[in-house]
Design a protein around this ligand. Structure first.
Ligand code: URA
Length: 205
């Protein structure tokens, strides 16, 4: 089994971290949310994917990327030849941020303060998993990993060195694909997403 540098059990350390995250109050988002949605996947994964924050369904299920964006993500991973069961999937922000609108809860973008407050968890997950490649899905994840504002269109699709060490990779967020109305353009962008994922996978073989 995998061991930390201290000789401890990585799975045990990850479970302890996740349990600690369940009570996180580092920013005010914990209060209206149902629960912390921590990362999941093998602690010895070679690839780690970082999304933005849990959505409505993730907040209820307690698992990342299980709603509509998760379905787009899973399909694209499959097309790129990546088995989701082999990768670690987490979010830059671990509580669902929303505006109530009638009975619905409308997704609201996490701000820089919330991203910064939650970065500690992503760093802990990174230290335990020690992925060969960390893939940021969208601008929030890219900001969490690089500490700066990223223009996805300019920086997507190639590996680069992360400030804290390790290799990063930036691509679009699957929700972006769901928001494109024109079917031809949506198909085109979906294809570009798969191309990015294939390029990311090629960096870890
Ligand atoms: N969008 C994200 O960024 N993460 C999730 O877990 C679900 C939707």
């Amino acid at each position: 089994t995998a061991r930390t540098a201290q000789g401890g059990n990585v799975t045990g350390a990850w479970e302890a971290l996740r349990d600690e995250a369940m009570g996180c109050q580092r920013c005010p988002l914990w209060k209206p949310a149902t629960q912390t949605v921590f990362g999941e996947g093998p602690v010895d994964a070679r690839m780690m994917f970082v999304g933005e924050q849990p959505g409505d369904q993730e907040d209820l299920a307690g698992r990342p990327f299980v709603g509509p964006a998760g379905q787009v993500f899973d399909a694209a991973l499959g097309e790129a030849g990546i088995d989701r069961a082999t990768v670690y999937v987490t979010n830059a922000v671990k509580h669902f941020k929303f505006e109530p609108r009638g009975k619905r809860r409308i997704h609201s973008k996490p701000n820089a303060g919330e991203i910064d407050a939650c970065r500690w968890w992503v760093e802990q997950e990174t230290m335990l998993v020690q992925p060969r490649l960390t893939v940021a899905l969208g601008a929030t994840a890219a900001r969490s990993l690089t500490g700066r504002t990223v223009t996805i269109g300019r920086e997507r699709g190639r590996g680069f060195e992360l400030p804290g060490g390790g290799t990063g990779f930036i691509t679009v967020h699957p929700s972006f694909l769901l928001r494109i109305d024109d079917p031809a353009r949506a198909e085109d962008e979906r294809g570009r997403f798969v191309v990015d994922l294939r390029a990311a996978a090629a960096l870890v073989v």
